[in-house]
Design a protein around this ligand. Structure first.
Ligand SMILES: N[C@@H](CCC(=O)N[C@@H](CS)C(=O)NCC(=O)O)C(=O)O
Length: 199
């Protein structure tokens, strides 16, 4: 299988961390591409009409895309337990919350990088940050129990979302007021899978 990636993408990182956590890395070749909202990579477009990464090109079936689809598929391939049945709805909601942080944070990055300065909207950027910071606070206040225990897809997603905030929006200081989550993240980034996928 071939995974279309760009290392800085938090959505891609979810999949790359999963490959390392589940021992699947030798079954998947990671292929670097450059794709942006204004210029989709042709290799990506050939398998994902949305033009986004990650996309997983399978040997025996159509490509899969959207990180949530790919991670669930690879969990099955590995026979892993990243989607524990007893807590499935909580874990999926935690993953969705982390993905929401990523979406808002990536849109903030794109606004500055791809929209001409005269057309950039500070109000729009701040509204995106409000989404991300509310979600960070919600995880700190309500979800810490789910970040303990065996590795699951919620934890992987939260780790990637917070590390992306560090990478692109560190001046926003997401740790302020979120001490429990900051302590969890400090330990999480020491995992081999996170160290190996750091940019
Ligand atoms: N919901 C998608 C989001 C993926 C996404 O937004 N990827 C970004 C990179 S971080 C991308 O490919 N952007 C190119 C574009 O917007 O055309 C997922 O979970 O995979």
């Amino acid at each position: 299988m071939r995974l279309l990636i760009s290392p800085a993408s938090p959505f891609v990182r979810k999949v790359r961390v999963l490959l390392r956590e589940t021992g699947l890395l030798d079954q998947v070749e990671e292929v670097n591409v450059t794709t942006t909202p204004l210029a989709s990579d042709p290799t990506v477009l050939a398998v994902n009409p949305i033009g986004k990464i990650p996309a997983l090109m399978r040997d025996d079936g159509p490509a899969l895309y959207d990180s949530r689809v790919i991670t669930r598929f690879l969990n099955e391939v590995a026979g892993a337990a990243l989607y524990p049945e007893g807590q499935i709805w909580d874990v999926l909601t935690l993953e969705a919350t982390a993905d929401g942080i990523m979406e808002a944070a990536v849109l903030m990055t794109y606004e500055l990088r791809f929209r001409p300065e005269a057309q950039q909207s500070a109000a729009w950027t701040e509204a995106q940050w409000a989404k991300a910071s509310r979600a960070v606070a919600a995880i700190n206040d309500r979800w810490m129990g789910h970040l303990a225990g065996p590795v699951n897809i919620g934890q992987i997603s939260v780790g990637c979302a917070l590390s992306y905030l560090d990478l692109r929006h560190d001046l926003r200081n997401w740790r302020a007021g979120n001490a429990d989550l900051a302590a969890w993240h400090a330990a999480w980034v020491l995992r081999d899978s996170m160290v190996a996928t750091a940019t």
